[in-house]
Design a protein around this ligand. Structure first.
Ligand code: BEZ
Ligand code: MG
Length: 578
């Protein structure tokens, strides 16, 4: 290895460690009516301060610090620190100055905002006026974080009194969600995607295609994308905007400023082929965004009808191929917006996995398709499809997919916190695998830092496991909640297992370390058992299932011990004397 190669690898490793260290994680469950713990606030507010807020006319504190030090903007430092040691040092000094400023801001004393601003001027040459604006924004945010009106809000709602409305979402993306305890509202479907969402979606779409290109040598012709309602509410339709970018169209607003049309971006301007997108949409999205479903359907059909060369318009290419086989009309071959039957929700893949009700993994993909094969949009005569059963069309659209993709939008809910990511993204991945004959690449985007990025499923699982279930800060935070905390630990493992079942994406070391941390460590096992013997037993049972189904090559002595522990837990639960 050359010394340059060695430096490059060390830097890459360092960047991974930093990524884990800096990741915001929940360090306990939220107790309704209780404000966030003050100890977490410095970290949280430093992260909030590293996003520019153009809507408030505020730059990012990190950018102010960087510019005070004569450095490029923070997101460029983050980008370039991946390949330059010097940039890495500069990035770290920006981060530590930012954190220290926030720490001073939150320290008790007279006029902490002024004191923090003066300190920052001395240390980084930042003009006190511009720092003060951001610091007072952070101070107000801190006050709202420390207050909590959830119980009052609940009581007012139960009494039938007026409850002031407020947006829902993630604090990093939208600080206006505070204070909590208000009546959470959604967004006007005709308003999405917003201009901001459109702007943010473009680099992520580019990163997604680049990632696929790096790994396979070319862009994917067809992508399966999961669309959820709640994240499109929180981010004003950023995922919808990503679909439009992939297709190479722009939303067009009418005289009332409603998004009701799309127009094609000329190929020369787009500079790459139009990508085919199969959308599997949640029931919540369908209910909330009927006009958006129609817009997306219209966008696909508009693109399919463009007279462009097949190698530059994959939508048209696939539609023409399907029509040439003689079984589909244009409208059928261009159907890409699928959801549940009207009135139905979810894929049920999560239930099948978590209740161990499957023998062959093919059943998981088949169930996904059975639940999601209802087409939305309009037919050739402009009549709404309203969830027309169309399994053959979904089968055929999925058979061409090369990559599956979804956004992660919140620091609080990642792909192993809930069973919904694997039921959707995992479910569609398994369905594609069976229909195309090949497991697609699986990607997730993450815009939880100012430097948005696209990761593979494996990378995301590594990061999630390291920062949550294998992180003492995370599991000790959960264990403070006793019974529910043990249940959360078990859910992390079970949802991770869901990614084995649907995409075989969990590496052995993750199961090894979960077994070591929670079962082979007898003190820990005792804690789990005394707090919540049911979840403890499910956890051990899930590890045995992972080994039994061939997802984990566990060492024989570990398996032996797991079986012993499982039997012991069962006896204890059934009241059998040891
Ligand atoms: C959503 O559409 O927001 C959603 C769907 C399924 C699970 C969780 C969220
Ligand atoms: Mg749920």
């Amino acid at each position: 290895m050359t010394s340059e190669e060695r430096d490059r690898r060390v830097l890459a490793l360092y960047e991974r460690v930093l990524e884990i260290e800096q990741r915001l994680i929940p360090t306990g469950l939220h107790t309704f009516g209780k404000p966030a713990a003050a100890a977490e606030t410095v970290h949280l507010l430093s992260m909030v301060a590293s996003f520019p807020r153009p809507e408030l006319g505020l730059p990012a504190l990190t950018d102010l610090v960087a510019s005070g030090l004569g450095l490029p903007p923070y997101d460029r430092l983050m980008e370039e620190s991946q390949s330059s040691g010097e940039r890495m040092r500069e990035r770290e000094s920006v981060e530590s100055l930012t954190r220290e400023t926030v720490r001073r801001l939150l320290s008790p004393g007279d006029q902490p905002e002024r004191a923090a601003a003066l300190w920052l001027r001395q240390r980084a040459g930042v003009a006190a006026d511009s720092a003060l604006e951001i610091l007072s924004f952070l101070s107000r945010l801190n006050l709202r974080l420390q207050s909590n009106r959830e119980l009052e809000g609940l009581v007012a709602a139960l009494r039938g009194n007026y409850l002031p409305p407020g947006p829902g979402g993630d604090l990093l993306q939208n600080p206006a969600i505070l204070p909590t305890g208000r009546n959470t509202h959604a967004v006007n479907p005709y308003a999405i995607p917003s201009a901001l969402a459109l702007r943010r979606a473009e680099p992520l779409t580019r990163a997604l295609l680049e990632r696929h290109q790096q790994e396979t040598g070319r862009v994917p012709e067809s992508i399966a994308m999961v669309l959820w309602g709640i994240d499109n509410i929180k981010k004003e339709g950023e995922a919808v905007a990503q679909v439009l970018w992939l297709l190479g169209v722009r939303p067009v607003r009418d005289g009332l400023n409603r998004v009701t049309e799309v127009e094609a971006i000329p190929l020369e301007q787009l500079g790459r082929p139009r990508i085919d997108v199969v959308m599997t949409v949640s029931g919540i999205f369908r209910d909330l965004f009927a006009s958006t479903m129609e817009l997306l359907d219209r966008a696909v059909k508009r693109v399919a009808a463009l007279e462009e060369p097949p190698e530059r318009n994959f939508v048209r290419k696939h539609v023409q191929q399907q029509m040439a086989r003689g079984q589909s009309t244009f409208q059928e071959a261009a159907t890409r917006v699928f959801s549940n039957a009207a009135g139905n929700y979810g894929t049920n893949v999560n239930f099948m996995v978590l209740q161990s009700q499957w023998e062959d993994a093919r059943e998981l993909g088949d169930l996904f398709v059975k639940r999601k094969c209802f087409a939305y949009g309009r037919d050739a005569r402009g009549r709404p499809l309203e969830g027309m059963e169309a399994q053959a069309l979904l089968d055929s659209a999925l058979s061409r997919v090369e990559a599956s993709y979804q956004n992660i939008d919140s620091t609080e809910v990642g792909i192993s916190d809930v069973d919904h990511y694997f039921e959707y993204l995992g479910g569609v991945t398994k369905a594609v695998e069976e229909r195309s004959g090949k497991r697609p690449r699986v990607y997730l985007s993450d815009s939880l830092t100012p430097h948005s990025r696209v990761r593979t499923l494996q990378e995301t699982l590594q990061l999630e496991s390291r920062t949550k279930v294998l992180n003492p800060k995370w599991y000790e935070g959960m264990l403070k909640h006793g019974f529910s905390g043990v249940a959360e630990i078990e859910h992390q493992l079970s949802n991770t297992f869901g990614w084995s079942a649907t995409a075989d994406a969990v590496e052995d070391w993750i199961y090894d370390e979960v077994a070591e941390t929670f079962v082979l460590d007898s003190q820990m096992l005792e804690r789990l058992q005394s707090l919540n013997p049911h979840s403890a037993q499910t956890l051990v049972g899930r590890l045995l299932e992972a080994a039994g189904r061939g997802f984990w090559s566990a060492r024989p002595e570990v398996l032996r011990r797991l079986r012993e522990v499982f039997a012991g837990l069962e006896d204890a639960l059934e009241g059998v004397a040891p």
